[in-house]
Design a protein around this ligand. Structure first.
Ligand code: ADP
Length: 428
């Protein structure tokens, strides 16, 4: 009986309600016509809900409203159905108060307001869901774009590097032919030293291009590691020879301390490991003033060999200690991009450490630096730690077999040698 009365009241003010809400909340003729239709539908469902007590009647239209925000609305962040709903509650109360006798109006308000606030909740939830969906769409779009950019950047580097190599080889060939001719015919010293300059330039350019190619290989997980028997002591010996001139030129001292594990055979890519050590050691020379000391040592750890390269140089501030292993980590410092690979603070394209890191990670190892900080006067120095896992298999299983056999033979001779000793003793 009571519900029927409320329904009657609702029907009585329906026209006013629609007109009032539409006038207040929809601007522009076109918009208003559509809105009026929607409001009629909503009001009808509201009546049904009052009579049946079941809010499910309202769900479809609330769903439509909550999801109605368009992409542009969401981008501008200006669409707000919950605002419209909120305002609708106030307007409903106003219309009921104005158009119904006091008792009827109180009854109608008591019946309708809980339904409207439920509707507000529902609409807000749908609206939030749309926003979240929109934002996560945006996010994955941006992520995809970033990945594409990163890929095209490293593709560009790799293509450019390969393209640069061809003309470089031509220049290299012609220069060496010219050098030959000069040496055989005119023997002009000035010309010869000029050609030597060109040739040095070419060599440096080639190294930079090779580094660019390596970085793009590492970036794309394409760095092929060929595990072969390696003795770290051999790599260190080679390093010493290779760096001899630079060390002498800078009046520095290169100290190599023997350590347990440096004569153990492990499997690794000797060329790549040499490259990594070389990059770290040339940095040590480069960032240490004349007459400084570079010390290489290491230790055997369970499953790993650790090599450390310590210098008495300018050190690295804590905030740069991870960034230097990222490619072009130093690109911002154009002031450092001078010349010379081993000149004091010579600078460079900032690829040496990222390559070293890529090589070590491809071996399942790691590299990091320890330094008290950057100080060109106090010279706190830096220590680079290189962790190399001891691999027990070569890339080629036949190589592993071969070396296992050799190892076994060496052990057998050692054992039989020992067994022979007491026999010889008793015979004596
Ligand atoms: P590059 O030397 O070409 O700039 P690297 O990748 O080899 O690039 O090194 C990155 C940066 O790390 C260097 O520019 C330098 O600032 C810093 N760095 C590397 N090794 C040392 C070191 N032993 N002492 C001080 N700074 C270093």
């Amino acid at each position: 009986m009571y519900l029927m009365a409320v329904r009657e009241s609702l029907q009585k003010v329906r026209g006013h309600w629609v007109e009032r809400v539409a006038r207040e909340l929809a601007r522009g003729e076109g918009v208003r016509a559509v809105f009026v239709e929607q409001l009629e539908r909503f009001y009808e469902m509201l009546e049904q809900t009052v009579v049946t007590g079941d809010t499910a009647w309202l769900d479809p239209i609330l769903y439509d409203w909550g999801r109605s925000s368009t992409e542009t609305n969401l981008e501008k962040g200006d669409y707000d159905v919950s605002f419209v709903m909120n305002r609708m509650i106030t307007l409903t109360i106003e219309v009921f108060r104005e158009k119904l006798p006091k008792d009827d109006s109180l009854e109608a308000i008591a019946a309708v307001v809980p339904i409207l606030s439920h509707s507000l909740n529902v609409v807000t939830r749908y609206e939030m869901e749309s926003r979240v969906a929109h934002i996560s769409n945006e996010l994955s779009r941006v992520q995809k774009r970033m990945q594409e950019l990163d890929r095209s950047k490293s593709n560009f580097i790799s293509v450019a590097a390969h393209e640069l190599k061809t003309p470089l080889t031509l220049i290299e060939g012609y220069t060496s032919m010219m050098m030959d001719i000069v040496q055989r015919t005119t023997k002009d010293e000035q010309l010869e030293s000029m050609l030597q300059g060109v040739s040095n330039g070419i060599r440096r350019l080639r190294r930079i291009i090779d580094d660019m190619i390596d970085v793009s290989l590492i970036d794309n997980n394409l760095l092929a590691i060929n595990l072969q028997p390696v003795w770290i002591s051999h790599l260190i010996k080679l390093l010493k020879i290779e760096l001899k001139d630079a060390i002498a030129e800078r009046g520095q001292t290169f100290v190599v301390q023997e350590f347990e594990g440096n004569n153990t055979m492990i499997y690794g890519d000797s060329e790549r490991l040499f490259q990594a050590l070389h990059n770290v050691a040339t940095n040590a020379i480069k960032y240490t003033p004349d007459k400084g000391t570079i010390t290489l040592t290491g230790r055997l750890l369970p499953g790993f060999v650790e090599i450390t390269i310590t210098d008495t140089g300018i050190g690295i501030s804590p905030e740069h200690q991870t960034g230097i292993f990222e490619k072009f980590g130093q690109l911002g410092r154009t002031d450092l991009h001078s010349s010379g690979r081993t000149k004091f603070k010579g600078g460079g394209p900032g690829l040496g450490l990222p390559i070293a890191k890529g090589i070590l990670e491809a071996h399942g190892g790691n590299i990091w630096v320890e330094s008290e900080g950057y100080d060109e006067v106090k010279l706190p120095g830096s220590t680079f730690h290189i962790m190399l896992p001891i691999q027990s298999e070569a890339s080629d299983p036949q190589v592993t077999e071969l070396f296992k056999k050799q190892e076994k033979e060496t052990k057998d001779t050692e054992i039989s040698g020992k067994e022979n000793t007491p026999v010889n003793n008793s015979a004596a």
